[in-house]
Design a protein around this ligand. Structure first.
Ligand code: ADE
Length: 249
């Protein structure tokens, strides 16, 4: 059974499509899907689009229509945790929806009907991704000339990632979001716009899910420029490197 490799943007997916053996492009639900093999493993490459609803639709199509056995998300995120720098990689241990708020009916951030705030990623896939990510960051500067402006090597982190339908583009918003969640015991490393939705769909269907995000920006006042530059230059090669190394495990 196939592994689905989900990316948010075509720029993040393009290197993987180029590597695909026996590529077959299929349209479903208004989206393009690529079937083929990477390292002799059957895969379906898909674009989630941007935001939680688009991502949930793609995840559901991958499960219902393509019958995939597991979903792995690869993409970029804004770093909000201390020491989570541009060019670092965050492997999600679990997910929270930072814009979920059904209070006072349910506690802030709790998923109504799930009796929990955080959804965990699959531990086995996550451990494999972390291994692949750790290898990738050690070669990142050599491969793509990516400099860690803070000195020292790029790092692979593992922890909580927050998703919401907002591009976080000011230091003030980033700090507000992070400190509010931290006060409730949720220490967020990175923010993005899709992962928690895919985690929820996979939870509903009982499918293993894991996610890896390269830090394109710090979700601060420079985020939009940093994001655009990162996505156009290195994001896709990072994704390719990590996914190929992951699939060989
Ligand atoms: N993905 C990458 N950077 C992001 C940011 N700053 N906010 C939300 N999603 C992102």
């Amino acid at each position: 059974m196939s592994t689905a490799i989900l990316s948010a943007l075509p720029e993040e997916q393009s290197s993987l499509v180029q590597q695909l053996a026996h590529p077959q492009r299929l349209m479903h639900a208004g989206r393009a899907f690529w079937r083929g093999e990477l390292h002799d493993r059957p895969v379906v490459l898909a674009l989630s689009g941007i935001g939680k609803v688009a991502a949930a639709t793609t995840a559901t199509a991958l499960i219902e229509h393509f019958g995939v056995a597991r979903i792995v998300f690869t993409g970029v995120a804004g770093g909000v945790g201390d020491g989570v720098h541009r060019g670092d990689v965050v492997v999600a241990q679990d997910y929270v929806q930072h814009d979920m708020d059904a209070s006072p009916l349910f506690p802030r951030w709790e998923l109504p009907g799930y009796a929990r705030t955080r959804l965990a990623c699959d531990p086995v896939l996550t451990a494999m991704l972390l291994e692949a990510a750790s290898l990738c960051v050690t070669s990142a500067s050599g491969l793509w000339g990516l400099k860690n402006i803070h000195g020292g090597a790029h790092r692979a982190h593992q922890g909580l990632v927050a998703s919401g339908d907002r591009f976080v583009a000011t230091a003030q918003e980033s700090e507000r979001l992070r400190s509010a969640l931290r006060a409730a015991g949720h220490d967020v490393l990175a923010v993005e716009m899709e992962g928690a939705a895919v985690a929820q769909v996979c939870h509903d269907y009982g499918l293993p899910f894991a996610a890896v995000r390269t830090i394109s920006d710090r979700a601060d006042d420079a985020a939009h420029g940093d994001f655009a530059q990162f996505v156009q230059t290195v994001a896709s090669r990072y994704a390719e490197h990590m996914v190929l190394s992951f699939l060989q495990k």
